[in-house]
Design a protein around this ligand. Structure first.
Ligand code: HEM
Length: 438
């Protein structure tokens, strides 16, 4: 498949017919990832899901693009595929206009200003902090006891990002934050899937809950910001205050700093916690692979993490909106159409991933890793809106894996992971594992 026109291609994009009045909405709400996967198996690399009624004016089409070449086209052409989608609009209503949700010139300015905080050299400066937190979390495990990997990894990732941001522990607000995140994620996703979206000001029970969660999240940020005495610190918050747009010299406003802090707190812990949980679960189901990784060999640790994120990409799907008429694989995409790309599906594309469901970290070693086309694997997205925290997350995750696995043998106690795909992929239940000292 290519992103150029193929004259023999039909112009109607195939897809499931769905419910006459609701289209694929009930199926997507019931089982998002299963519905996407089924669409791929039945209809191929480009699939239309009807959102709402079949009559043109009472619904719209969501086009999912699963082939790596199509994914590249969507993620690397921001002039054609913009960010103002129902999903990002709902997130903006919840979290304000931080780097994840802002758009256009505002995003450009924010990214220019914040990028220097995330260079590999800057990120390497957090190694000691990450190691100390990994030791601390690992030290809390009772030998032989059963732990919930997701709870443990959530605590680790939040402590790391909290200390990196504020130079201090944020343990006092962590439980509230960890409790609010799935509510916020669930409400944002549900709002983005509503066929008719009432303004948040309309006091429906769901709108009230939405606004309350947003207010509670900001209250946590304000509490942390208020107690922090500005001194000579070298944390991310001081750098946010000191950061200047390299082109205009403009600093971030107070409101922008508040929004960025919230985005970093949320985007910076949930995804990494998920990646670690899923990888440890998989290693806990594959003792022979775990033994190799437990040697601490950095290539193997990295490969295990990459393979964990292949099978369970924390950011399982993302969306763009066509801002002009365009074409993908010969199919016409009309201006205004929402377009979805999904690491969950593309990471299982059998053309590029033989035996896709098998956990095999060796896929990420040597030539096999190098020879693969770029957008067969995109857990951190791609193009100009790719994850700013990628180096940070990779370092943080490999430090934890090495620390935990050299100390403990992990035995996963659940045969299957039950998942809830909200904005990010989350376990639907505790992910139980026993830790045995080595
Ligand atoms: C394993 C961990 C992580 C994964 C899998 C991940 C994944 C992603 C993905 C896929 C995107 C792009 C979304 C899109 O294109 O629509 C993204 C964006 C972003 N991520 Fe991450 N992320 C991770 C960790 C982090 C960390 C640690 C931070 C911050 C400390 C962070 C902050 C952000 C921000 C601010 C953006 C928006 C960037 C922009 O639009 O300019 N992420 N992330």
């Amino acid at each position: 498949m290519t992103a150029t026109a193929l004259p023999s291609q039909p112009t109607v994009i195939p897809g499931p017919p769905g419910h006459p009045l609701l289209g694929s909405v009930p199926a997507l709400q019931r089982d998002l990832l299963g519905t996407l996967m089924e669409g791929f198996h039945r209809h191929g690399d480009v699939v239309t899901y009807r959102i709402g009624a079949r009559w043109q004016r009472l619904g719209s089409d969501l086009v999912a693009v699963y082939h790596p070449e199509g994914v590249r086209h969507v993620l690397t052409n921001p002039q054609v595929f913009g960010r103002r989608t129902a999903g990002f609009d709902a997130l903006t209503e919840m979290l304000g206009e931080g780097l994840l949700t802002s758009d256009g010139d505002l995003w450009k300015r924010q990214r220019r200003t914040l990028q220097p905080l995330f260079t590999p050299r800057r990120v390497a400066g957090y190694t000691d902090l990450m190691t100390a937190e990994a030791e601390r979390v690992v030290g809390e495990g009772q030998p032989g006891s059963v732990v919930d990997l997701h709870e443990l990894m959530g605590r680790y990732a939040l402590r790391v990002v909290g200390r990196a941001l504020f130079g201090d522990e944020i343990d006092d607000v962590a439980p509230a934050l960890l409790r609010l995140v799935p509510f916020g994620s669930d409400l944002s996703l549900a709002r983005s899937m509503q066929i008719v979206r009432l303004p948040l000001g309309v006091p429906t029970p769901r709108n009230r809950r939405f606004r309350q969660v947003s207010a509670d999240l900001y209250a946590i940020v304000d509490r942390i910001l208020a107690r922090r005495s500005d001194g000579d610190r070298d944390d991310m918050l001081s750098r946010l205050h000191a950061a200047r747009d390299p082109e205009t010299g403009q600093p971030l406003s107070r409101a922008e700093i508040r929004d960025q802090v919230l985005v970093f707190l949320l985007a910076g812990h949930e995804t990494t916690a998920g990646a670690l949980t899923f990888t440890l679960h998989l290693l806990g189901r594959h003792p022979e692979i775990q033994e190799r990784v437990a040697t601490g060999d950095s290539d193997l640790v990295r490969a295990a993490l990459m393979e964990g994120m292949r099978l369970y990409p924390p950011a399982h799907s993302t969306e763009r909106r066509a801002t002009a008429d365009t074409e993908i694989a010969g199919y016409r995409i009309r201006r205004g159409t929402p377009v979805l790309v999904s690491p969950w599906v593309t990471h299982r594309h059998p053309e590029y991933w033989p035996d896709p469901e098998r956990f095999d970290p060796d896929r990420f070693l040597g030539d096999r890793d190098r020879d693969r086309p770029r957008y067969t694997y995109f857990p951190f997205g791609g193009g100009q809106r790719s994850c700013i925290g990628e180096h940070f997350a990779l370092l943080e995750a490999t430090v934890l894996l090495r620390t935990l696995l050299t100390r403990y043998r992990v035995e996963a106690l659940d045969a299957q992971l039950r998942l809830t795909p909200l904005i990010t992929l989350r376990p639907a239940a505790p992910v139980r594992a026993a830790l045995y000292p080595r």
